[in-house]
Design a protein around this ligand. Structure first.
Ligand code: BGP
Length: 486
């Protein structure tokens, strides 16, 4: 069993989880800059200040039900540690990191552009040249190694000025700013970058990035979502015009979802829960709101404010491919309170140290489900195992658990392609070099093929070293996946 020669193999990162250099090169502040470190026992927090001067922090709004209070503004507290400010210093290590990725045989690298590097507040008329240059250097380096850039335009972070001044995506003004930002990127990178993702995990963007200083209640949140749909559709249309042959996707936080029992009520609940994810893909892939969305929005007390041209915009900017992250599956019953990726434990599955169920067959399930539903090419743009790695006395890192996780998932991806006929463009493993965790802000939750010497408080030399999985993945790529069956 092999993948086609055109298959894209690579790794994926997000700017705030790798770059650091948060005040370098004229970069403006971005909404993720306000998230502290955390751990499983002491979750990551977003720090804020209220109009009366009270300061505080809420559990990082991503994946968490806890919302920021109304009127809360982003606030940097002096005693807090903010991991994204240095991250793993890709801002100064990009050459070395790209060389290491190329060494594994990657032919693509998915990275996100930090909007506030290009437009520090989001509202300027002209872009920040130093920001463009930073990504120019990266694209040039990728060209050198024949690696295709796969660019995420918006990885759930917003210039903080847009969050504070316009309440983020709840305002249509943010759409205009996004389109101006996209136009600069498309004009600049035309002919050099073919694959684009308009949004990362658009079904999970919350907090300052989505609603700004407004409480992210259902009404504000879904209005923000509607505006993101429009922004994506406008970007796709413009991207196709400026860059003929370009391919646009958006990315969805995905898990396989199972009913906890065969009780009809659980099965029905499962269908409703599934629509929490497919709602987003349906609108963006088909170009209109699905029939069930009327009920979904009504149940949440949401009335969308729309303009007459919105329906046309959505129709004209549908996606070329569907991309998604897959880490786990979930089960759901009438009793379950579930958010985007968290649900009830599944007694049939083992879990990672962070409690994420490990379910390789679920990846094959999701690939089939999405392909059946949309009949568009798919792209697995995030998958991987967050684990604690140990450096042996001889300096090696024997991450056999990571190899097993990836082997099992890649086999199921290839089964979906070869046995079930799913068209899959590529696979980018999350975090080719260790990076800061999104949900916990930790460093010890490591994903990489490449170890980065840095701890949860940012201490360490930042030196890179290969883990055992590095050479293993190299062989997988060199054999087009055949070695997975050895
Ligand atoms: C996805 C995000 C990534 C990421 C990954 C793993 O949802 O798109 O940014 O980090 O999850 O999550 P974590 O870092 O919390 O392990």
């Amino acid at each position: 069993m092999k993948v086609p020669d055109t298959f894209l193999w690579g790794g994926a990162t997000a700017s705030f989880q790798v770059e650091g250099g948060y005040q370098e090169g004229g970069r403006g502040l971005s909404t993720h800059d306000f998230e502290t470190d955390g751990s499983v026992d002491h979750p990551r927090r977003t720090t804020y200040i209220l109009p009366d001067g009270t300061t505080g922090g809420v559990r990082s709004s991503f994946f968490m039900p806890e919302d920021l209070p109304d009127g809360a503004r982003p606030y940097l507290c002096e005693d807090c540690y903010y991991p994204s400010h240095q991250a793993v210093d890709f801002y100064h290590h990009w050459k070395e990191d790209i060389q290491l990725m190329a060494g594994m045989g990657f032919n693509t690298y998915r990275f996100s552009i930090c909007w506030s590097r290009i437009f520090p507040t989001g509202d300027e008329e002209t872009p920040n040249e130093a920001g463009l240059k930073f990504y120019d250097d990266i694209v040039r380096e990728l060209e050198k190694y024949h690696m295709e850039p796969l660019i995420t335009i918006h990885h759930d972070e917003l210039p903080v000025y847009l969050a504070e001044t316009y309440d983020g995506w709840s305002s249509r003004h943010t759409i205009d700013c996004y389109i101006k930002y996209c136009k600069v990127l498309f004009d600049h990178y035309r002919g050099r970058c073919r694959y684009w993702l308009t949004f990362n995990e658009i079904n999970a963007v919350r907090g300052f990035a989505a609603c700004g200083t407004h409480k992210c209640d259902n009404q504000t949140h879904y209005q923000a979502v509607h505006n993101m749909f429009l922004a994506s559709a406008l970007a796709v249309k413009m991207g196709h015009e400026i860059m003929p042959g370009s391919m646009f996707g958006a990315m969805y936080a995905s898990s396989a979802l199972y009913p906890a029992t065969c009780r009809p009520e659980d099965m029905f609940r499962h269908m409703q829960q599934r629509r929490e994810t497919t709602f987003f893909i349906d609108v963006m892939a088909r170009g209109y709101y699905p029939s069930y969305s009327k009920n979904l929005l009504k149940r949440r007390g949401v009335t969308l404010s729309t303009e007459p041209e919105d329906a046309r915009i959505l129709k004209e900017g549908t996606l070329d491919f569907i991309s998604f992250s897959y880490y786990r599956s979930n089960t759901v019953s009438t009793e379950t309170r579930i958010n985007v990726i968290g649900g009830d434990p599944n007694p049939y599955l083992p879990s990672t140290p962070w409690g994420w169920p490990v379910d390789p067959l679920g990846l094959r399930y999701v690939l089939n489900e999405y392909y059946d539903r949309y009949q568009k090419p798919l792209f697995v743009v995030e998958n991987g195992l967050g684990a604690i790695d140990k450096i042996e006395e001889d300096g090696s890192i024997q991450d056999d658990y990571r190899i097993q996780y990836l082997r099992d998932h890649l086999r199921e991806m290839m089964n979906a392609m070869n046995e079930d006929g799913v068209e899959c463009l590529g696979y980018t493993m999350w975090g080719p070099m260790d990076l800061v965790s999104l949900t916990t802000g930790e460093m010890k939750k490591r994903y990489g093929f490449i170890y980065v010497d840095m701890d949860d408080k940012g201490r360490g030399t930042l030196a890179r070293r290969k883990k055992k999985s590095y050479d293993w993945m190299k062989e997988v790529i060199a054999t087009g996946g055949e070695s997975l069956w050895k």
